[in-house]
Design a protein around this ligand. Sequence first.
Ligand SMILES: [Zn+2]
Length: 458
Amino acid sequence: MSAQSELLQKIDAHIEQNLAYWIGQLARLCAQPSVSAQNQGIEACAELVATMLREQGYTANILPSAGYPVVVGEGRGTAADKTLLFYLHYDVQPPDPLELWESDPYILTEQDGVLYARGVSDDKGHIICRLAALAAVKDTLGELPCGIKFIIEGEEEIGSPNMPAFVEKHQDLLAADACIWEFGGVDYDGRPRQALGMRGICYVELSVQSLNRDAHSGLGGSIFPNAAWRLTWALSTLKDRHERILIPGFYENVLPPSPRDLELLARLPEETAQLKEAYGLGEFLLHLEGGLALQRTAVFEPTCTICGLTAGYQGIGAKTVLPAKASAKVDFRLVPNQTPDEIVAKLRAHLDAQGLHDVNVTLLGGGRPAKVDPDDPFVKIANETAVAVYGCDPIVEPIIGGSGPNYPFIHTLGLPLVSAGVGYPGSNVHAPNENMTIKNFLQGTKHTARIIERFGRG
Ligand SMILES: [Zn+2]
């Protein structure tokens, strides 16, 4: 056996031997509520995360942002000129609805090799995965092979509104050569997934108030403006029945996928059957049946989604009322190089041009799309090291449909960014009974450790 593979075996063994300790640390972290949406336990969780970093030998500081505090940590390694940055988040989604949990969301519970708790996967499981991987590499090599930095924020679950400004402000503190993102994991068949980019998002609320109070529909139906109709007309101008978004200039900055992106998309496994079954879906939009056209549309097309819609009476039976107010939540998923500010401005101009001046637009959250070069050497490291752990090549997604604050890391800090981790499609993240399998924890941790070791070796 070569010295190198012996070393990797020792790292793996370290991770397995210390499993109980790390599950204990995960239980400790999950026991601390940290619900950003409700400002519950945030400060205490930031303190706990900083304490846990210090216990592992890192420096850790809690820095203010315009919102919740950010934990920034650092550790020195042999290669002083190479630094690996870990982006993570300590906040979680609200555990509600509580009655659907089979165990207390704040008490880590194991059943048949599966660990249950709020945050056990998203993202506290990943925080522990990184610490376990680093400890295994450090103990086996005697020292960390490269500089390590952590940025662990508390607002990811509410859209990371302050991450771009925080990264901009602390560029020197966060300077690194590569970044491991907050998530990663396997697909339905246990194959690792490598996500190289994320769509952006522009989340708005459209609201109309046409009267100061609801009116009798017999009194006002013919002569009063109706907020629900005003809103419905506004929504109907946003998209046609062929899924084309009608806001003038909406597509003008859309960058089509590169030939390399299309090549990667063409290799993605078909998940049409799983999606149809999981959602009771009859057929996909635009008569798409699968293959490259579906894969491309799913992630490289921007969207306009009505997420929620409310107006007037919605209780049982009939109530003849003319609603004074109506509102809708709408999200636009953006692709490179669209920006949320640009979309809001175009939306406003469009509504005005339609005579819908009374439809207010409020930006609730936004983030820019960003993706990493699939042929970056760091991406290669992440992909190659996955093979030994998972026994197969990773599925490489040039961009995924969801959104996250990767833009400032890729563009402001200039880092290649890869995913690695403990997730799987049954994790129930954001839902009751969030869970992580011990198998996925071990695999994600071994993979993370191999990336660290390989990156440090150069
Ligand atoms: Zn999440």
